[in-house]
Every structure is written in C-alpha cells, then in structure tokens.
Design a protein around this ligand. Structure first.
Ligand SMILES: Cc1cc2nc3c(=O)[nH]c(=O)nc-3n(C[C@H](O)[C@H](O)[C@H](O)COP(=O)(O)O)c2cc1C
Length: 372
C-alpha cells in the first residue's frame, strides 16, 4: 500500500480553517451518511454516542446523516431522523452536546427527498410525492408538480430547520442540494421542466436553491456557516450533469454564494477524477476557483472503489492518501470529507495522522446493521 508519511499528512491535514463563526482544527470532515437507526425519526443515545466517537477520534467537522425538514413530503423512511418536532430536536440537541463534549463540531444535513419518495412511504404516508415538474427519477409514476405555495412551504421548512439548528447548539447547517433529491431536482434540466421563473436556463433552475439559502441565511446569525452540497451525478443517473461547462457551474455557484452559502461541498464518487476537459481540477477544485469560497471534496478517499460499489457488496481495499495530499498541498480545495473510512473507523483521523495504516478497517455493508 502506498502511504503518506505521518509528517506530510499532519502538515497538510492539520491546518486549521475558519468558516464564519466556526474554527475547524483540521481539514477532515465526516461525510453525511444515512444510517436509519432513528426509530420514528428520533435520534437516540446510540446516535449521539456514534457521532461522539467520531469527534473523539479527531475529525474536524461532522456532517450528520440527511435529516428531514418539517414538510409533509420530505421523507421516505420512518427510521431516518427528522429535524423538526420536540422529541427529534431534543435527540439532536443531545447529539450536538455529545459531540461538543468530545471536542468536535457538527452540522446537520437538511434534506427533502422530493420525487425520490416512494408513494405511501412513511413518515407521512398520505403526503403527495412532489417535485419541480413531477418527473420521476426512475420508471415509476409521475408525481405532483409543485405549486408556488408548495415552493414557499418547503423554503420555510428549510429556514425553520436552520434556525432550530442554531438554537439547539449546532455549529452550522448543510443544505442537501445533491444526488437527485428535491433541491437537485430543480437544478437538473431533466427533472425541472418548469416554464415559470424556477425553470429554464441554468440561473433560473438555481433559483429555488438560492431562495432556500437566502431564507436560511435570514433565519440564522450572519456568521453561522451555511454549507451547500451539490453534485453532478444522481443516485439513479451517474452521467447526469447540472453544469456542462465551468461557465454554467459559475452561474449556479454565483447565485448560491450571493444568497449566503459559505462553503460548497462538492460530491463526487471519486475525488481524483477531473470535472471538465482540459484541466485536472475536480469539482471541488472548480467550485473554489469559480466562487472564491472554501470547498469540500469527497469520494473514495482511502479506498480503491466507490461507495455505491460497496453497497453492491464489493469490498474495497484500503489505499494511501498521497494523491489527496498532492491536491490539498496545491490548495485545490480546502477540506476533504470521508464517508466509509469514518464509518468503519471512528478514529480514522487518528490512525491516518499517526501512520497506523495497518489498523484501518475496510468498509463492508454489514457495518450498516449496527451503530458502532
Ligand atoms: C451508508 C451511506 C449513507 C449515505 N448517506 C448520505 C446522505 O444521507 N447524504 C448525502 O449527501 N450523502 C450520503 N452518502 C454519500 C457520502 O456522503 C459520501 O459522499 C460517499 O460515501 C463517498 O465518500 P466515501 O467514498 O469516502 O465513502 C452516503 C454514503 C454511505 C456510505
């Protein structure tokens, strides 16, 4: 295995970074990962301990699993945590406390699944399945096209969740604008066929996302960090793109930055692949260059396969991180998110920074059954 020396890893990854009111001690972020261990949408003590262990293991910032905003059509599972309602918020408050006690920092990932929701799925089985144009992501039945009042209600739900996050002690929020869920369904021309001001060209398709960011920004303190996660690929469509060119990406990021997004979290399945022809920059590299805002990269760090291959049962091999450090030394992007590595190894950070490579556990789907 090619490994980075502990000294090099430390000098690159242990640089602190300020994001508004938040001072991160290092550049390693826990990627958001749905765990479905929150019965009735309420995160319990086991969830708090799970995140607390990652904080104790030295990760600089934790982004929680996707958590549903308070809109009837947001969810698709009764075991995914909600970010509304007294009980769920009390559970989340305990999670934030546990992470802070362990010396960590944490932001919730605010989520609306939109057309990804199965008809009749909990937590609100009767709720309609909604999207910008009701276009399904697979070969299922069309859903309901959102009215202006649906749009306003969803924007308000995100803003309320952001305000709650600050009130119960989180260190920022991340808006889930990636992977083909509701916010991304507006960004993507395939699912957004609207002819009003929310559809059409790239800037118009970014309007819904920008209005969510703007409403969240107004609902929280001026220096409370707002992260925005975006992706080209969708869960059901790996070749999908919301931006064919750097110019289109610049339009989207420009609208979001103007609305108040502080950090762009650029989800790719393999961080080492270039995003546009003619440059080696990955999506996070482009986001930083085009927006001037800090960016987070992610995807197959420390593994030789990507996470959806893992879901299909392929056990990836643990690899070194020299290629990652090369990019971070050049300041291509500011932070790196690690998913499976941290799921399998709560102390991934400590192991990597101390050359304990042989102790890194590989990821396999069996790990999803329990919260350890
Ligand atoms: C079990 C699991 C659940 C995930 N759930 C989410 C999620 O809730 N929100 C999200 O934006 N990405 C989610 N992802 C994607 C990860 O955030 C990350 O982008 C992906 O795992 C690639 O990073 P890795 O190669 O380091 O695992 C999930 C990934 C895994 C493995």
């Amino acid at each position: 295995m090619s490994t980075a020396s502990a000294e090099r890893a430390t000098s690159v990854l242990m640089r602190p970074l300020s994001l508004g009111s938040l001072l991160l001690p290092n550049r390693i972020v826990m990627a958001p990962m749905t765990r479905e261990h929150s019965p009735d949408g309420i995160p319990g003590d086991d969830v708090a301990r799970y995140y607390g262990r990652r904080a104790a293991g030295g990760v600089g910032l934790i982004i929680t699993e996707g958590t549903y905003v308070g809109h009837e059509s947001a969810g698709n599972s009764a075991r995914v945590p909600c970010f509304h309602g007294a009980e769920a918020l009390a559970g989340w408050s305990a999670v934030a406390d546990e992470v802070h006690r362990a010396g960590g920092r944490i932001v919730p990932q605010l989520w609306h699944t939109g057309m990804d929701r199965a008809v009749g799925a909990p937590p609100v089985p009767d709720a309609p399945r909604i999207g910008p144009s009701g276009v399904p992501l697979d070969d299922s039945e069309p859903g309901v096209t959102m009215t202006q009042s649906d749009i306003d209600n969803v924007i308000a739900a995100f803003a309320t969740a952001a305000a709650e996050a600050e009130a119960i002690g989180f260190d920022g929020v991340e808006i889930h604008g990636a992977h083909g869920y509701l916010v991304d369904q507006f960004l993507w021309s395939h699912t957004n066929r609207r002819t009003d001001t929310y559809g059409g060209d790239t800037a118009s398709r970014a309007r819904f996302a920008a209005e969510i960011v703007e409403a969240c920004r107004e609902a929280v303190s001026p220096d409370f960090p707002i992260l925005f996660r975006l992706s080209q690929w969708k869960m059901q469509h790996f070749q999908a793109r919301i931006a064919e060119t750097p110019q289109e990406l610049e339009v989207i990021l420009g609208r979001l930055a103007e609305a108040g997004a502080d950090v762009f979290h650029c989800s790719t399945r393999r961080f080492h692949l270039p995003e546009f022809e003619g440059s080696d920059l990955n999506l996070a590299g482009w986001a930083r260059k085009l927006s001037g805002r800090p960016s987070i990269s992610v995807g197959s760090v420390g593994f030789d396969n990507e996470f959806l291959q893992s879901f299909q049962g392929q056990q990836g091999k643990v690899t070194g991180i020299d290629g990652l450090l090369d990019r971070m030394e050049r300041d291509e992007f500011d932070l790196v998110a690690v998913g499976r590595g941290l799921l399998a190894n709560p102390d991934w950070t400590a192991k990597v920074l101390n050359d304990r490579w042989d102790e890194l556990r590989p990821f396999h789907v069996g790990l999803l059954g329990t919260l350890h």
